[in-house]
Structure formats: C-alpha cells, structure tokens
Design a protein around this ligand. Structure first.
Ligand code: MN
Ligand code: MN
Length: 358
C-alpha cells in the first residue's frame, strides 16, 4: 500500500517536533486559521446559493467597494481565530484599525494579519479567489494591541500562507522551512499534503501585469515588458506569454507551480499611492512564500521582506517570481536610477513605443 498522505495537522505537529521547546500554541493557532479557510471555502463554493453575491454597499478603508463576501470572510477570520487564546490582536484589509482580542478570551503572543478575500471581484464571474495570512510575534502582550505592534518588516514573519479557492481548495504554507501545499479533501474535510517542498521553476516564459496601466509605469517596467513582447526578435530571444487573473493569490499560485513573473509596480496613476498592493497582508506574506520556494520578491528597488511598514495599510510596489527575472528587473531599475537606460527613459521613446508601435 502506498504511504498515506499527511494531513495538515500532522504536518504541523511534525514541524513542531523539530523545536522541542515549542509550546504547541502555534500549532493550535494554525488550526484555527485552517478552520477559517475551510469555512470561507465552503461559502465561496456555494456561490449564488448562499445569497452573498454582490456588493455590500460599503467602501473599505482602502476606498474599494466591499463585496458582501469580503465582510463575511472578515467576520469568519475574526470569530474563528479570536477564541483560542493564541492571539494578541488581528489586522485586516477590511478594518481601519487593529482588532483587539475581546476581554472574555485569553490574550496570546501572536499577531495575525490577513486579507480575508483576495481578488473578490472575481467572485461574480466564478473565477479563483483566495485568503492571505501572516503571523508575527506581538512585541508586548501585557497591554491591548496597537498599530505600531504590526509595523514589523516581513523578515520577522513566523509563518505566512494563503488559501486558494479554485477548482480545488488548497492551503499553501511556509513556516520558514520551505513551502508546502495541501489540498482540501471535501469528502472528509481535511487538508492533505499534496505538494511538499514547492519550488518556483527558474526557467520561465510568462509574465503577468495589468497592461491597462502601461502609460503610468516607470521606464524600467516599460523596458522589461517591451523586451518580453518583442519575443524571439528582441533582446530576450524567446517568446513570452502574458497572464492576468486579477487575484494575487492565483497569480502567486501559478508562479509556484509554473514559474514566471508577477508585477504590480509603482505607477504615476495616483501619486499618493506608491503601489497597489498592501505590504502587511499581501506583499509581505507572498514575499515570504516565494522566497522560501527559491524565488524572489522585490519593490524593484529592494527586497520586499526588508521594507519596514509605516502604517497598517501601507502599499508597496511588488514584483515577484523566478529569481533571474527579479534580478533583471532590479538591474533595470538601478540602471534607470543612474541614467544608464536610454532610450527607455526618453519621453520620445515612451510616446512611440509599446502597445502603440507597429
Ligand atoms: Mn487582496
Ligand atoms: Mn480582500
């Protein structure tokens, strides 16, 4: 008989045994996060049957239209995770301020940051959505949680993961010892280890970017995309394919399985925003996962994991994927900043080039 697949719980216990001093607190916390993801998976899978389709009529702190499921998924994360006594507080895309653990429950030593439903505009068209989470250590557990407690660089994360609600539901996780993927067996409700030690393939011919923002990109990004599009006849000497799922979780998942590059770079569309994606519960956890799988994650000008947040909902430029591509795009940014990338920084080139040239 082939060896039985490990459950997520067994996997976490096995990891915990590598640290004899571990209290088991962390294992218990992850059990609650896993339960939250299962509950959201169930709701998302019910689709229009659950009466939760469409907008909530509200706008979140990001100025984005909230879907009903955004709000419900946020509540599920809160009420599932607050109970166990492992958390000092939580932060979410859908809440302006940190969420303190209610006084009726014991306070623990961890902080949980999450995007309860990533890519939620995909819901109505029945395309993939996900949840993203990140675990930090609370600096002080003797007082209620503050914004400052969460302002730690990604390099301090103890754990990061996401759930993807696609044709199958998967939970993908790093505890700082590689990246492991678990598929939900809907028959008996357990996540099973189906993708041990996921690695980002280094050889790639795919990139993903929202090309409608092209005119707002910086020259290094225009250069990179122009070269990819030039294909075999350009400096890259090979053809590329472009992908765009409009869900960070699904983009990262594809890159873990198939390689490639994902970019939501800095653009000039709204100068008050240095990027689109949020550092604490989108960019940092995904950077941790991609790095643990042998890829890279950059702002274009430095490692995402080293960015120290200055606010709870801070945005950052994000480029992640196969390491060679990350090194290339960082080089293009450096060359641009030193004025070495003419004619790409010439305004004349930018008017004539890219999607308008032929
Ligand atoms: Mn999101
Ligand atoms: Mn979201």
């Amino acid at each position: 008989m082939p060896a039985r697949q490990k459950t997520l719980t067994e996997f976490i216990i096995q990891e915990q045994r590598r640290y004899p001093e571990a209290s088991g607190d962390f294992t218990a916390l992850l059990n609650y996060v896993r339960l939250a993801c299962k509950r959201i998976s169930f709701l998302v899978g019910r689709g229009a049957l659950s009466n939760l389709a469409g907008g909530s009529g509200a706008v979140n702190v990001q100025g984005e239209k909230q879907m009903k499921l955004d709000v419900v998924a946020n509540d599920i994360f809160l009420e599932t995770s607050e109970y166990g006594g492992h958390l000092a507080g939580m932060a979410s895309e859908e809440m302006d301020d940190p969420y303190p653990i209610p006084p009726q429950y014991p306070r623990g030593k961890y902080l949980l940051a999450f995007d309860p439903l990533d890519g939620s505009s995909n819901i109505d068209v029945n395309a993939s959505v996900g949840s993203i989470f990140s675990v930090l250590l609370a600096p002080d557990t003797t007082r209620p949680v503050t914004v400052e407690d969460f302002l730690q660089p990604g390099a301090r994360q103890l754990c990061a993961g996401y759930a993807i609600y696609g044709p199958t539901t998967m939970l993908v996780l790093t505890l700082g010892n590689g990246v492991h993927g678990f598929t939900l067996d809907r028959g008996f409700g357990e996540f099973m280890l189906t993708h041990p030690q996921m690695r980002v393939p280094q050889e790639t011919s795919e990139f993903a970017i929202n090309a409608s923002n092209e005119r707002f990109w910086e020259p290094p990004v225009q250069r990179y995309v122009t070269e990819c599009r030039a294909g075999r006849s350009g400096p890259r000497e090979k053809d590329f394919n472009m992908r765009w799922i409009a869900c960070l979780v699904a983009e990262v998942h594809r890159i873990l399985v198939r390689g490639g590059l994902f970019m939501y770079p800095k653009d000039s569309k709204d100068p008050s925003k240095p990027g689109r994606l949020r550092l604490l519960y989108e960019a940092s956890p995904m950077a941790f996962i991609i790095e643990q799988a042998g890829g890279g994650a950059s702002t274009g000008r430095g490692r995402v994991m080293d960015v120290v947040p200055d606010s709870l909902h801070q945005r950052v430029p994000l480029v992640l994927g196969s390491l060679e591509e990350i090194e290339r795009i960082e080089r293009y940014h450096a060359e641009h900043d030193q004025g070495l990338d003419l004619p790409f920084s010439s305004p004349l080139f930018r008017e004539r080039s890219l999607f308008t040239e032929e």
